[in-house]
Design a protein around this ligand. Structure first.
Ligand code: FE
Length: 250
C-alpha cells in the first residue's frame, strides 16, 4: 500500500479468519511500556520469535490476545529494506497510510464493553464515537478510528477492513472494476455519518468485507468530543448491516 514492505499479509490457514492485527508503537521504550501495561493488567503475552519478526519486517513484537480472542501484535521498528514507493497495479493515486496506519478494522464481538475497556485502559486507545447499543469506534492516532467493535454473537470476527485512497476517482474506478469482475458489492456508495468516509463495501473471497473509501475524518485531539450516532450513513451504503453469507466451506 505504500513504502512499507507490506501492510496486509494473506497466509494459508485452516479457516478464513483474521490471523492477527499489528499495532505499531513509536520506539523500543514504548514497546517496553506497553508490555508492562499488559503485565500489570494480567494479560498473557509472549515476545515474537526471530522468525516472526523477520516475516513481519519489524525489529521486535509482543503478541497477546484481546478479550474477544483476537490475536494482536504490538511492534516497533518497521524495517525499511529499500523497497520502492507504491507502484500500483492499476493507475491510482495511492493509499492514505503513514502516521494514520493501514486503515481500520471492524470486529464483531459478543462483549463490546470488555474490548473497549481493554483497548482504552491497557493499550491506550481513545473512544472517538459511539453508536449506542451497536458499535464503539476507537482511535490510536488522528484517523477517526483504527478499530471498532460491533455487537453480535453470531459470526464473531473480522466484519470488514477499510483501505482509504487519496482520490474519490479511485473509489469510483474500484466500484466499476468490482462490477466488471462480478465482485459482490455488499453496500453501495455512501458517506458515513461519523468518520465522513465516502466508500463502498465489497465481499472478499474470505467472507469478510473490504471497505474502499476516501475522505476520512481527521481527529483534532484538543477539540474532540465523543458523539453518539443513531445512523451509520448520511446517504447511500444501501445493504450495510445485512447479514453476511457464511464463509465458503463453513
Ligand atoms: Fe468502516
Amino acid at each position: 500500500m505504500d513504502d512499507r514492505h507490506h501492510r496486509i499479509a494473506i497466509v494459508p490457514g485452516e479457516s478464513d479468519e483474521l490471523a492477527y492485527l499489528g499495532w505499531e508503537v513509536a520506539s523500543e521504550r514504548h514497546l517496553t511500556q506497553a508490555t508492562a501495561a499488559l503485565e500489570q493488567a494480567g494479560v498473557e503475552y509472549r515476545p515474537g520469535t526471530p522468525e516472526e519478526c523477520r516475516a513481519r519486517r519489524v525489529v521486535a513484537l509482543v503478541a497477546c490476545q484481546d478479550p474477544a480472542g483476537n490475536q494482536l501484535e504490538l511492534f516497533f521498528g518497521s524495517l525499511n529494506e529499500g523497497q520502492p514507493l507504491l507502484r500500483p497495479a492499476r493507475p491510482m493515486s495511492g493509499f492514505v497510510t503513514g502516521p494514520l496506519g493501514a486503515g481500520h478494522a471492524v470486529i464483531r464481538v459478543a462483549d463490546v464493553q470488555s474490548c473497549v475497556a481493554f483497548y482504552t485502559e491497557v493499550l491506550g486507545f481513545r473512544v472517538t464515537d459511539v453508536s449506542p447499543g451497536r458499535m464503539v469506534f476507537l482511535r490510536c492516532n488522528a484517523r477517526h478510528h483504527s478499530i471498532a467493535f460491533m455487537a453480535g454473537q453470531d459470526r464473531p470476527g473480522l466484519q470488514h477492513f477499510m483501505c482509504e485512497v487519496r482520490s474519490i476517482d479511485d473509489v469510483g474506478t474500484a466500484f466499476d472494476l468490482c462490477q466488471q469482475r462480478a465482485v459482490p458489492i455488499v453496500a453501495s456508495l455512501g458517506r458515513h455519518a461519523n468518520d465522513e468516509m465516502v466508500s463502498f463495501y465489497m465481499r472478499t473471497p474470505s467472507g469478510f468485507n473490504l471497505e474502499y473509501g476516501w475522505g476520512g475524518r481527521i481527529v483534532d485531539e484538543a477539540s474532540w468530543t465523543v458523539s453518539h450516532y443513531g445512523q451509520a450513513s448520511i446517504w447511500g451504503h444501501a445493504g450495510l448491516g445485512s447479514r453476511p453469507r457464511p464463509a465458503a466451506g463453513s
